[in-house]
Design a protein around this ligand. Structure first.
Ligand code: MSP
Length: 510
């Protein structure tokens, strides 16, 4: 079993997190829980990007000292991840001393090997995106093509990282691993806009503004925030008590999945692999660049002012509901829209009407027809074979989707399975079996239905973290005892005493 490293971007702390940040982090957490369920050891890195003009400016706008401002927002991110049940292994910070030391060390060593050199940058800069734009890529009205913010014109003595001479190397990297950056259309954009077209060396410093890591070579400059931030993916290991995690999770053998939003794919698909290569470190297996959450027709972002605070949604609807909505309604390749109405529809239709109803109706039948004790199953009966087969077929479909990062399709397959099981109940009419005293068939059916609940709950558990606890409690089992083998072995639930507690999901009547 290979170890798996998963990362989110390190988020800017220029404000509170919104549901865009939550989306990426929920994907990362879902993958971690899913792979752990399949027996892998996983490491999840998330954290914050705290230096640079953007953050400094926001703290000033907020009339707060930058250190306090950053601390407050770090706390906001950490609180949200706790509320969303994000099981991260490390929360890395770019203001951490060990991170700063690593960044300086890398900068110095690349300067020594002449990969970093001094030069003059003449062109535009967008503070909101912390990105340089050559004349070619800025629009005529001097607005940023990304965020539409005002561009600054710079003429500065800076340091550059050699990128142009790595063109062949980068092309080769993508030839060896065509899925290095997915989806394909994002990779193609990177090739069309940069690798095949306008590759230039990267500025890796900016004039000092007092909130950044000073360049170790000459004073008066600070290291460019992206050079600083990308190294978090490695320095995160150093912020843990035991640094040996790096050996286990960033090596040639293990799987490394880095999740980002599509707007930062150039940094991750071009500069990051170059940096790794210069450091003699292995490359990630995949950079998953997802599309955005749109709200009121536009990308949700702080600068556009159209953000939704996830804390409010979690307080109102619970963490599972938000996790479920994000994974079902927003896809990697197309993104999706957010509206409270869509979220409520998801809760009422999928969680309450479909999953919740099947669950409570089955538990009620076990209580009514079998005194609350899950009967033993007849492992060889035709019905058992049939239901086992549809579970296995469903599981393969869902896992194939999830393996390819089609989270929504996998979730929809599980919902289709729920509908199939409801149909089986309608066809086999346990209430009639009870009335006619057909005990053998009834008991077997009740056992099978309980196993279906276990299967659905277990498959959904990387999404519905809190509900999984309730499911186990109501099925009379301990969640740590469940594994793949037990899902496939129908004997496990026999004689367990079910418990009817609260509804799994509450209907929302707005
Ligand atoms: N600090 C950089 C990343 C450095 S990584 C070495 C940064 N930070 S950010 O705070 O702007 O976060 C951007 C990320 O947040 C996106 O790449 C994406 O993962 C997530 N999202 C922010 N807004 C989003 C949407 N509207 N929709 C979906 N995800 C979005 O960039």
């Amino acid at each position: 079993m290979k170890n798996i490293y998963i990362s989110t971007p390190v988020y800017y702390v220029n404000g509170k997190p919104h549901i865009g940040h939550a989306y990426t982090t929920v994907i990362a957490d879902f993958l971690k829980r899913y792979f752990e369920q399949r027996g892998h050891r996983c490491f999840l890195l998330t954290g914050t990007d705290e230096h640079g003009k953007k953050i400094l400016r926001s703290s000033q706008e907020n009339k707060q000292d930058v250190v306090d401002f950053v601390e407050d927002n770090v706390t906001n991110f950490k609180k949200l991840w706790d509320m969303l049940n994000i099981d991260y292994s490390v929360f890395t910070r770019t203001t951490n001393q060990k991170h700063e030391d690593l960044v300086k060390e890398v900068f110095s060593s690349l300067y020594k090997t002449k990969e970093i050199y001094e030069g003059n940058y003449e062109g535009f800069y967008c503070v909101k995106c912390e990105d340089f734009f050559t004349k070619k890529f800025s629009t005529d009205n001097q607005k940023c093509i990304n965020c539409n913010g005002t561009l600054q014109f710079l003429n500065e003595e800076v340091f550059f990282l050699k990128v142009t001479n790595k063109r062949e190397w980068i092309i080769n990297l993508y030839k060896k691993n065509p899925r290095f950056l997915i989806p394909e259309k994002i990779k193609n954009e990177l090739f069309n806009n940069f690798i095949d077209n306008d590759l230039s060396d990267l500025c890796v410093s900016r004039k000092k503004n007092g909130w950044g890591i000073e360049t170790p070579i000459s004073s008066g400059q600070e290291i460019y925030v992206w050079f600083d931030a990308l190294l978090s993916y490695l320095s995160g290991f150093k912020q843990l008590k035991s640094e040996s995690q790096e050996i286990d999770f960033w090596n040639d053998e293990n799987i490394k999945i880095q999740i980002i939003g599509k707007e930062i794919s150039r940094f991750h698909g071009l500069y990051w692999p170059i940096l790794l290569d210069l450091l003699n470190k292995p490359q990630p297996n995949v950079i998953l660049a997802h599309d955005w959450i749109l709200f009121q027709g536009e990308k949700m972002s702080k600068s556009r002012g159209n953000i939704i605070d996830p804390n409010l949604l979690i307080n109102k609807y619970g963490s599972d509901a938000l996790r479920f909505f994000l994974l079902k309604e927003i896809t990697i390749s197309k993104g999706g829209k957010y509206s409270e109405e869509l979220l409520v529809d998801c809760i009422n239709n999928n969680l309450v009407n479909e999953f919740g109803n099947l669950f409570s109706r089955t538990i009620q039948m076990i209580i009514k027809y079998a005194n609350g004790i899950i009967p033993e199953s007849d492992l060889k009966s035709e019905n058992t074979m049939h239901i086992k087969k549809i579970i296995m077929e469903n599981k393969i479909k869902v896992e194939n989707f999830w393996k390819d990062y089609f989270f929504s399709k996998g979730i929809n397959e599980l919902l289709a399975f729920i509908r199939d099981i409801n149909k089986i109940i309608e066809d086999q009419k346990p209430w009639t079996l009870f009335k006619t005293n057909n005990k053998t068939k009834l008991n077997n059916l009740l056992n099978l239905l309980a196993n279906c609940l276990l299967y659905i709950g277990w498959m959904f558990s990387p999404v519905l973290v809190d509900s999984w606890e309730k499911i186990c409690e109501q099925l009379g089992i301990l969640n740590e005892n469940i594994d793949n083998a037990r899902i496939e072995n129908f004997g496990f639930l026999s004689n367990k005493k079910v418990k009817r507690t609260s509804h799994l999901f509450e209907r929302i009547n707005n």
